[in-house]
Design a protein around this ligand. Structure first.
Ligand SMILES: [Cu+2]
Length: 136
């Protein structure tokens, strides 16, 4: 019995050590990895949007003026990005990106969608907000 107990203890310690080891590795990888994209704050009028199934992600807030959106398809199928009434990308294949020059926008809110059949209904919509951003 003693031998079995000692073996169980050894297995348990090994398991705990493995879990802790992986936890440390994940933590190190997480803290050492790339920072998440920051909101651009409209400083240079260039925003970033990420397309996936079925979402348009990104902090789409810009100051009035020239707006461009760096559109990345991080999904696994083709998507596009349309600032309704203003501009649109072509269909962007998985892993590709396109810089969309939206043009000069005044303050307001603009619908942003992907218009590939069914994608809008599945959730591919967002809002581009153009407003004067306070520095303080
Ligand atoms: Cu789409």
């Amino acid at each position: 019995m003693t031998l079995i107990k000692e073996n169980l203890l050894a297995y348990s310690l090994t398991a705990v050590a493995l879990v802790l080891g992986f936890a440390v590795l994940f933590f190190a990888a997480g803290s050492g990895g790339a920072e998440p994209p920051q909101g651009n704050g409209g400083d240079d009028g260039e925003l970033t949007a990420m397309l996936s199934e079925f979402e348009i992600a990104g902090d789409l807030v810009a100051k009035p003026g020239a707006v461009t959106i760096d559109v990345m398809n991080v999904g696994s199928i083709a998507h596009n990005l349309i600032v309704v009434g203003e501009a649109r990308t072509s269909n962007i294949e998985s892993g590709q990106s396109e810089v969309l020059n939206v043009g000069t926008l005044a303050e307001g809110t603009f619908s942003v969608i992907c218009d590939i059949a069914g994608h809008l209904e599945a959730g591919m919509k967002s809002t581009l907000v153009v407003r004067t951003i306070q520095d303080s």
